[in-house]
Design a protein around this ligand. Structure first.
Ligand SMILES: Cc1ncc(COP(=O)(O)O)c(C=O)c1O
Length: 388
């Protein structure tokens, strides 16, 4: 069976990779080479590669893999998730043009827009994309990009991908979805009408806290070509070593995500009943405000959740410092369970008033559930909550 026609879990292991024609090695080698010798001037690029900034066989194998998983017409991998976002925005926007973004996005995406690309004449509106009507109302004559993140980091607010994509299509504006939190295993934006799905591969695709990387998968080959051009100009490509690690890590992505999501639900249910917990947000809880949308546009709820403890910020900080098994760290999606204080860490550069307005409160404790035993993870939370 051709891997690209197979089920998701088969493609996750095999797509993009065939045994090495020279040695039979089952894994695509790390093509650690800057340049590629050409047969003759007239046969330039006959084998597909000239210089590793423009393309590399190990990276190409990962691109084929992620393209197969998202169902695109082409994919590109980058040095980081932020490189994927920067190159995409720079390919799709010119000076004097405008982009509509989710009001809750990863802090780095917010910083890139407001503090870097704004200096080059790009204008941004941050709107509550949980209601597609707000996106329609924010579109102006010069709007050339709609960029949503769902579930959003860190509040987990959801955007109706199909609803926003329909508005984007009618207006002729590309819709890019940051799909990092759910991965193509649980959510496939292109099938819901989006134009580009974007990832920080640093998270679930790697899954082991080993690499930083990024990817985009596009429905339209013209978008792949335009973004590839910018990637080559900026030199934001992924290294072959990172592609090799990511090719191995993503073989178990769906299996890890299923197991980590099961732990997240159990942990969310425990927190919901704890007397020291003020509120809990997890898309798989019926109490989650967008529970129905979570069920309808994704096949799983993911392994991210957040909560606030009674006693405000002081108690929240004490809890994070008292946890023993959960590591206080940035990043998410790894097999190690992590706790993050978004206000101090991932969203520190955002204006405090703006942060508060969109629900990133000072007491928000973000959890990325890993693969440790759920009972141990719960016991650690219980002991830390008990000390408040
Ligand atoms: C949703 C989301 N998108 C993009 C990024 C940026 O990815 P990277 O850190 O790989 O540059 C992050 C990083 O945390 C993220 O959480």
């Amino acid at each position: 069976m051709k891997p690209n026609k197979a089920h998701f879990k088969t493609r996750e292991v095999h797509a993009g990779v065939t045994p090495d024609p020279v040695t039979g090695a089952i894994l695509t080698p790390i093509y650690q080479s800057t340049t590629y010798v050409q047969e003759s001037v007239d046969q330039y690029l006959e084998k597909g590669y000239s210089y590793s900034r423009s393309g590399n066989p190990t990276v190409a194998a990962l691109e084929e893999r992620v393209n197969s998983l998202e169902g695109g017409s082409g994919a590109l991998c980058f040095a980081t998730g932020m490189a994927a976002t920067s190159c995409t925005m720079m390919a799709l926007l010119n000076a004097g043009e405008h982009a509509v973004l989710s009001d809750v996005v990863y802090g780095g995406t917010h910083r890139l827009s407001t503090r870097v690309l704004s200096r080059f004449g790009v204008e941004y509106s941050f709107v509550d994309t949980s209601d597609p009507k707000n996106v329609r109302d924010a579109i102006k004559d010069n709007t050339r990009l709609i960029f949503t993140e769902t579930p959003a980091n860190p509040t987990l607010k959801l955007t109706d991908i199909a609803g926003v994509s329909e508005i984007a299509k009618k207006a002729g504006i590309p819709h890019v979805v940051d799909n990092t939190f759910l991965t193509p295993f649980y959510q496939r934006p292109l099938e819901l009408g989006a134009d580009i799905s974007l990832h920080s591969t640093t998270k679930y695709m790697d899954g082991h806290n080993v690499t930083v990387g990024g990817a985009i998968i596009a429905a339209d080959p013209a978008h792949v070509e335009a973004i590839s051009f910018v990637r080559n100009c900026l030199g934001s490509n992924m290294s072959p070593m990172v592609a090799f690690y990511t090719l191995q890590g993503c073989k178990t992505m769906s299996t890890r995500l299923e197991a980590q999501s099961a732990r997240a639900l159990k942990i969310a249910q425990f927190l919901e009943t704890h007397p020291m917990v003020e509120r809990v947000a997890y898309p798989g809880l019926e109490s989650f405000p967008q529970y129905e949308l979570a069920k309808s546009q994704a096949s799983g709820f993911g392994a991210m959740l957040w909560f606030e403890v009674k006693g405000g910020v002081k108690s929240g900080k004490k809890l994070m410092d008292t946890l023993e098994l959960w590591s206080l760290a940035e990043n998410l999606g790894s097999v190690e369970s992590l706790v993050t204080h978004s206000v101090t860490m991932t969203h520190a550069d955002m204006d405090p008033a703006e942060r508060k307005k969109v629900g990133i409160t000072d007491g928000l404790v973000r959890l990325s559930c890993g693969l440790e035993d759920a009972d141990d993870l719960i016991a650690d939370l219980d002991q830390a909550l008990g000390q408040l």
